[in-house]
Design a binder for this molecule. Structure first.
Ligand code: HEC
Ligand code: HEC
Length: 469
């Protein structure tokens, strides 16, 4: 019961306004209530078991909408001692069901970044005084301000949730309408975005703050109005014990899917989509094309994120140990890691001194190697063959705009770019050039690619949302 102020003081919570505790609905007093859903046992006060395949489901969503149950707002960052930092959401504000729920960072980022596609440009009042606006996603921008700590996040939440902050209305969400069969619903995010959630997603949200007992009133009303059928009692699933599993479930599964198939419950609009780990094709590798990545490659992706892609940097959120555990866990999804032995990274020679001559050679290698067909003559990602490329999974994919190195997902140091060109990006159309180009040619290409971007990262205008897709 996080709702009392005393308990809250034990917890370092930013901008959490103390409110008198509300009586909890039917506070654990359902032991005597019997409905068609629970003909023989008490309603559970420790779990929410109503599921989308239950005949009551659509009636339940209609009831939840009428009660203004499905609303939430983002309250701020929570940093309890000995627990990973997380983000606080207030559900069902000003109703009997109001509850503050702590969401693990990865999941909360999913809500904020994946579904709302928040960018720094959505919060000009915050970012314009902190280095400017670049049109990049919020998580990327904040983690870029300080990769090691969550200080920028604290600062951000403190500022945007302040009573007079113009950003406050943007932090809310509510249920707008439910499809007649209850299998989907539209949700308003802030004032200007609407998204569709499927029933499983709605259920998992509701299970964050409801129990069967808390909705006893619904079960009773349902029985009065309908000819009720005895309900099924789905079992609650037990958590596995692998150390990386709990982290995966809380931080990654919303995007990458419980089964690692890239089909997380969050409504996503990125391309590329979150990686399908079962398929086991990885792009940001130091290994030859066709090989799985090394542990270090995966660890880097999880720690630093993939810029411009929605894949967050977990360095400031998970300890090194936790990042290693979750890397070990995702490898279990694919047979490709089954041998247990790691493929060796290909060696990268020391880069030569960059001269105008090298860059000029790089420019002609760029043409001779066929890069313009996808990336365009000027590197803007608009080459003719690049128009309808598909990933191995059949999703459309766009060649990178090489004139904006900050949008390179795998980083833009010379050796990052060298690896991408030499080793290719498996699963996308970007082939490996290691077999056809000598190391010196590869370096010349790298420096040519780097010469296409301006020295300074250009700023975006406030309100401009579509920089690096
Ligand atoms: C908010 C959504 C989101 C969350 C949360 C998220 N990812 Fe990702 N992840 C993505 C997207 C999108 C991509 C694909 C980006 C691309 O290909 O450019 C990706 C790609 C990856 C890749 C592929 C790298 C490669 O070489 O191809 C790995 C590994 C990965 N994520 C691991 C994780 C792990 C582990 C977690 C949890 C600790 C996690 N992700 C959480 C969205 C997410
Ligand atoms: C058949 C089309 C195609 C060709 C030819 C091609 N690329 Fe790409 N390239 C892509 C696509 C698609 C992506 C984005 C992949 C993704 O997002 O997963 C990409 C991404 C990149 C990236 C960004 C890496 C990152 O970290 O984000 C660089 C740099 C790059 N290509 C350079 C080159 C160079 C140099 C050549 C020529 C030697 C070349 N590409 C040839 C399709 C192509």
């Amino acid at each position: 019961m996080l709702r009392t102020c005393g308990r809250r003081l034990a917890v370092l919570v930013l901008l959490w306004h103390c409110m008198p505790p509300l009586p909890s609905p039917a506070a654990e007093t359902c032991s005597a209530i019997r409905t068609s859903y629970n003909p023989t046992a008490a309603l559970r006060s420790d779990a929410f078991t109503l599921a989308p395949d239950d005949p009551r489901w659509s009636a339940f969503l209609a009831w939840a909408k009428a009660k203004k149950l499905y609303t939430f707002q983002i309250i701020g960052l929570s940093q309890k001692k000995d627990a990973p930092p997380s983000i606080l959401f207030r559900w069902a504000k000003d109703t009997l069901w109001q509850k503050d729920v702590v969401l693990p960072f990865g999941q909360a980022l999913g809500h904020m970044i994946a579904e709302r596609r928040w960018r720094d440009a959505d919060f000009p009042e915050f970012f314009s005084s902190r280095g400017g606006i670049f049109g990049v996603d919020l998580a990327e921008r904040l983690s870029g301000m300080d990769t090691q700590t969550l200080d920028p996040w604290q600062d951000f939440f403190q500022s945007v949730t302040a009573p007079k902050s113009p950003a406050r209305p943007r932090l809310n969400a509510r249920l707008l309408s439910v499809a007649p069969d209850g299998q989907s619903a539209s949700i308003a995010l802030g004032q200007d975005r609407i998204t569709i959630y499927l029933a499983d997603r709605l259920r998992s949200d509701l299970a964050l703050f409801l129990t069967d007992c808390a909705i006893a009133e619904f079960f009773q009303e349902y029985d009065k109005s309908k000819e009720a059928t005895p309900g099924e009692r789905p079992e609650t699933t037990a958590e596995g014990s692998a150390p990386g599993k709990a982290i995966y479930t809380s931080q990654c599964s919303g995007c990458h899917g419980e089964a690692g198939d890239g089909q997380g419950m969050l409504t996503l609009s990125w391309l590329p989509r979150p990686r399908n780990f079962v398929r086991g094709s990885f792009r940001y590798r130091s290994t030859p094309t066709g090989s799985p990545p090394t542990n270090t490659d995966l660890f880097r992706t999880v720690s630093k994120g993939l810029a411009g892609s929605g894949m967050p940097a977990f360095e400031a959120i998970l300890s090194e140990r936790e990042r290693r555990d979750v890397v070990a866990y995702i490898k279990q999804f694919s047979q490709r890691f089954a041998s247990g032995s790691e493929p060796p990274s290909t060696s990268v020679s020391a880069p030569p001194q960059v001269t105008k001559k090298h860059i000029a050679r790089g420019a002609s290698l760029y043409v001779d190697s066929g890069c313009p067909s996808c990336h365009g003559a000027e590197g803007r990602g608009d080459g003719r063959s690049g128009q309808d490329l598909k990933t191995a999974e059949g999703d459309p994919i766009i060649p990178r705009d090489l004139t904006h190195k900050w949008s390179f997902h795998g980083g833009h140091t010379p050796s990052d770019i060298y690896r991408r060109i030499a080793n290719g990006m498996d699963g996308s159309s970007m082939a490996a050039y290691e077999e056809v180009l000598e190391p010196n040619d590869l370096w010349d290409l790298v420096f040519y690619v780097l010469s296409l971007s301006p020295e300074q990262r250009p700023q975006a205008e406030a309100g401009h949302r579509a920089e690096n897709k």
